[in-house]
Ligand binder design. Structure first.
Ligand SMILES: Cc1cc2nc3c(=O)[nH]c(=O)nc-3n(C[C@H](O)[C@H](O)[C@H](O)COP(=O)(O)O)c2cc1C
Ligand code: SF4
Length: 413
């Protein structure tokens, strides 16, 4: 018995269990999908990927969302991304889910197709329209009916594989400028046929995809989605259209929504920098850039999550984006902004963070926020080096500087 932690649990929303489409989550704390760069060149699960997810589960995360896994060879975003496009990958995925379950966790597979946003030179990109991709610049011919059909079927087949491999659900990646996000966007999708031309037709790819996924996994298997609510480009997707789209998805059987940005021009559109980092903290983490710029506020996507919640009060909402302190997490849960809070970068720096946040106090009884300073160095190395924090231990900063000098990492934006 620990009177202090017992008292905290009794008064805490963060500690309270949550029912999500038949799954019992032990708390409200979710690990957001964070691409691990830990698969083999052909997308197979490795011992390193399994160990990361074991640590997350053992550390107390209620539900882990696997970093986006590509459902089709043409949908690969980066090298060493996890694949779920072929049956031969199932045994590795099964070892991953078995390990997470043995550690007391829940894990869902995030299913993705990079669309025209692929950064893999050997991949032939796919796009709704011949519009240069806002993030990576690829210019791709308009997808024809058979290519669209193949991509939709690939999501359904991948969802079926996820179920066979023991995942507890699937999370569709409908945000951040990837294929679903492109079909949903008036700036990336300039078609004038049944797949584009107005808001309803721009919704068809996502709703048809959901219906095929549902057909593949059955009515009781949890199917959730990350949805891009607003594009970070002028003339792009607006909130009112996304709210309608979420309603259509919910009516078609979507079990929960995680709100994020749609088409992006830079990585920091989804991963905002220096969240909750004041100058003293910046000095401690050697964050020279932050000393000359402002940090982002916590919970920066909260207005979009609130808008979904207001429109569809019974649809579970997952809030991601800059959650760093238990005070803010408790507030967004208590004021009805969301039902679950998801963190990405803080779990890179501290895979066992959930335990610390749920206990909420250190030995001196002071609450400590997540240590991640949202510098995005980890994002710059995505696809090059396995997911890790480049600021701790401190010598990694020197390694980063050397790799940067060699020109082998991209700008995080
Ligand atoms: C290195 C890295 C990889 C990411 N990979 C994914 C991914 O696979 N799927 C996804 O939906 N979002 C991905 N994201 C975005 C995160 O899920 C999250 O939305 C974003 O980082 C904001 O949350 P945070 O402030 O807690 O980091 C990634 C972010 C980072 C930094
Ligand atoms: S490199 Fe470390 S401190 Fe910087 S965003 Fe990534 S996890 Fe956070």
């Amino acid at each position: 018995m620990n009177p202090l932690t017992d008292e905290l649990s009794a008064s805490s929303m963060l500690h309270s269990p949550f029912q999500l489409a038949g799954l019992t989550l032990r708390s409200r704390l979710v690990r957001a999908g964070t691409s691990e760069t830990m698969a083999t060149e052909s997308g197979e699960v490795t011992a390193q990927l399994i160990e990361l997810h074991r640590r997350l589960a053992a550390g107390g995360v209620a539900m882990s969302i696997l970093g986006h896994a590509y459902v089709h060879r043409r949908g690969q975003y980066l090298e060493r991304q996890t694949g779920i496009h072929d049956d031969t990958l199932i045994p590795g995925l099964r070892r991953l889910t078995d390990t997470v379950h043995a550690a007391g966790g829940i894990i869902v597979a995030q299913l993705a197709h990079a669309g025209s946003q692929t950064r893999v030179a050997s991949v032939a990109p796919l796009a709704p329209s011949p519009v240069p991709n806002a993030l990576v610049g690829n210019l791709t011919a308009e997808a024809d009916e058979s290519e669209i059909d193949e991509a939709l079927d690939a999501f359904a087949a991948a969802a079926h594989r996820a179920k066979i491999a023991g995942f507890d659900g699937v999370h569709l990646h409908g945000a951040n400028g990837y294929l679903i996000s492109e079909f949903s966007s008036p700036i990336a999708n300039i078609r004038n046929d049944r797949w584009g031309g107005d808001a309803e037709r721009r919704s068809r790819f996502f709703t048809e995809l959901l219906s095929r996924v549902r057909g593949a996994v059955g009515p009781d298997f949890p199917v959730t989605a990350k949805v891009g609510m607003i594009d970070a480009v002028e003339g792009g997707l607006q909130l009112a259209e996304s709210i309608e789209r979420v309603g259509a998805l919910a009516s078609a059987g979507l079990d929960a929504v995680e709100t994020s940005v749609g088409v992006m021009t830079k990585g920091s559109d989804s991963c905002r920098t220096y969240v909750n980092v004041d100058r003293a903290r910046a000095r401690k983490d050697l964050l020279v850039h932050r000393l000359f710029s402002d940090g982002s506020p916590e919970a920066y996507f909260a207005p979009w999550a609130s808008a979904v919640k207001r429109a569809y009060p019974t649809l579970p909402v997952i809030l991601v984006g800059g959650l760093r302190t238990t005070e803010t997490m408790e507030r967004v849960l208590a004021d009805g902004t969301c039902d679950l809070v998801a963190l990405a970068r803080p779990f890179i720096r501290e895979p066992e963070l959930a335990r610390r946040l749920l206990v909420r106090v250190d030995a001196s009884h002071a609450e400590l926020p997540a240590e991640c300073t949202s510098c995005n160095l980890c994002l710059m190395h995505e696809g090059q080096h396995s997911l890790q924090c480049w600021r701790t231990p401190k010598w990694r900063l020197a390694h980063h500087a050397l790799v940067r000098l060699s020109g082998k990492v991209r700008s995080s934006g």
